[in-house]
Design a protein around this ligand. Structure first.
Ligand code: ATP
Length: 481
């Protein structure tokens, strides 16, 4: 079917189509191109003269159109829009819109092509920018943390970086925070970080260990007491820690150990923002942010009726869960160096860890988390003899026999030495486990006298190493002197 228009009117229609910012083609139901505007020329790379009278399928063959927009528009009798990529590296949003005539038949299909290449690129750039922003935000927060004078947090693992990011965002909101994590994971460090970055940083930061204060004292410690309450007590009475924390933060560590009798009083402070001293009746306003922490499963305590559910919900508004060190191994070696630097400066010690020791540190589970690592580094730096801390200096419970049972050889080394090393570790692990040369011999499939001979050899080489280390140290002391 042809588009029958008066010549004057066709001109008007053509200039109208040409004035549009997007490509337009008018097709018959058989796909014959009847009209097209000049944007279309740019999009297809073909002049209108070339395409008028051709079918759209010839353009499909040339790869200029590759989507069944027309087919779908005809089948569905409604507009269909699809995204498609052209051979000219452009991206088009193509809409096929059927034109229905008075007989309810499809007379034409208008193909409307919008060049969204730039839009697409912008969207991709936006996505990339978003990702970069996220990355920079994490890095800035990390730098911000490290530039703190009195707090130096190591957070190299993705998990810990995310926690620092969350903590810094929470610090700016005056909400109750519950910090969860095994003992020694750094709950107090995080609590301090919240204080240092919050609006109350100029106010006090009061730490209370709920499990360390005897039951008989904790109430008066937290809420204070009025004069005359206790024989021998202060005549004027005494402000409790909540009052002392006014305009600041109070950090209630080991909150899971707070007795059931005190829990409603804490709930009252959280809800009413006031305390009543022991022996008194007058409520006193306190403006304090409460940060709590525990290594216990508070939900389980609620199930066992050892912790009030209402208090749990009130505290658990925003929980921060610090994973144990074994679940963020990327922090281990940076923490080792962090503590080594601190301790080296403090005691003026110059020692290094051997690669194999670092491997052990990495493989070890650290049940006592960062605190255990900190203590281990300090102990090794202080008590080891030579300039280099070797596996021989490690405490037995840190060796693989009690850990994951792996045999570790420190990279490429002479075969003979590696064999000796494997023998040594096998014997040491075996002895640590069975404490019997007979059993170890049986497990290793050798004669018991071989085990005894190897143990003697290991001990001899340890002694030689110690003497060598002592000599090295003496030499280095002489040099320094
Ligand atoms: N990410 C870290 N970077 C540097 N030091 C850390 C980090 N995490 C913890 N520490 C250090 O490890 C030790 C233990 O941390 P902290 O006291 O905060 O742990 P905790 O989870 O509160 O322990 P607990 O459950 O026994 O109260 C502290 O000396 C602390 O400074």
């Amino acid at each position: 079917m042809a588009i029958k228009l008066k010549p004057g009117f066709r001109k008007i229609l053509q200039s109208l189509l040409d004035s549009l910012p997007d490509g337009i083609m008018i097709l018959t139901v058989d796909g014959i191109i009847k009209m097209a505007n000049n944007v279309q020329e740019r999009l297809t790379g073909l002049s209108n003269k070339e395409i008028i009278g051709q079918t759209i399928f010839s353009l499909v063959q040339k790869g200029i159109y590759n989507d069944p927009v027309i087919d779908l528009a005809l089948k569905r009798r409604q507009s269909v829009t699809l995204m498609q990529y052209t051979p000219f590296n452009t991206c088009l949003l193509v809409t096929g819109a059927p034109v229905i005539d008075d007989n309810n038949e499809i007379a034409y299909v208008v193909l409307y092509s919008k060049d969204v290449t730039e839009l697409n690129q912008l969207q991709q750039q936006l996505e990339q920018t978003k990702l970069l922003t996220q990355k920079y935000s994490l890095e800035i927060n990390e730098m911000r943390v490290q530039s703190q004078e009195n707090i130096d947090i190591v957070a190299k693992s993705i998990k810990m970086k995310k926690i620092i990011d969350l903590t810094l965002r929470l610090a700016r909101v005056d909400t109750t925070v519950l910090i969860l994590g095994e003992s020694g994971t750094g709950k107090e460090v995080i609590a301090k970080l919240i204080h240092d970055h919050g609006e109350r940083k100029l106010g006090p930061f009061i730490k209370v260990n709920c499990s360390a204060i005897p039951e008989s004292l904790i109430e008066s410690e937290l809420f204070g007491y009025e004069s005359g309450t206790f024989t021998g007590g202060n005549k004027e009475g005494k402000a409790g820690l909540f009052e002392l924390a006014h305009n600041g933060d109070i950090f209630l560590d080991e909150i899971g150990d707070l007795s059931l009798s005190l829990q409603p009083k804490l709930l009252r402070v959280l809800q009413e923002k006031e305390v009543i001293r022991v022996g008194g009746a007058k409520p006193r306003k306190v403006d304090v942010r409460v940060i709590t922490a525990t290594n216990k499963d508070l939900k389980e305590l609620v199930n066992q009726n050892l912790f009030r559910e209402d208090l749990f919900f009130r505290l658990n508004v925003v929980p921060i869960l610090i994973p144990p060190l074994r679940e963020r191994k990327d922090d281990i070696i940076p923490l080792v160096y962090h503590f080594k630097d601190l301790i080296s400066k403090k005691y003026k010690i110059k020692k290094e860890f051997s690669g194999k020791v670092l491997n052990h540190f990495y493989a070890y589970d650290w049940p006592g988390n960062v605190r255990e690592l900190q203590n281990a580094v300090e102990r090794l730096l202080i008590i080891s003899i030579g300039n280099t801390i070797t596996v021989d200096d490690l405490p037995h419970d840190m060796l693989p026999a009690s850990g994951d049972g792996r045999i570790i050889v420190d990279g490429i080394m002479p075969m003979r030495q590696a064999v000796l090393e494997v023998e040594r570790q096998l014997i040491e692990q075996g002895m640590a486990k069975f404490n019997s040369t007979y059993k170890v011999a049986k497990i290793l499939g050798v004669h018991q006298t071989t085990v005894i001979r190897k143990i003697a050899k290991v001990n001899k080489s340890k002694k030689t190493n110690n003497v060598r280390q002592l000599k090295d140290q003496k030499q280095s002391n002489d040099n320094e002197a």
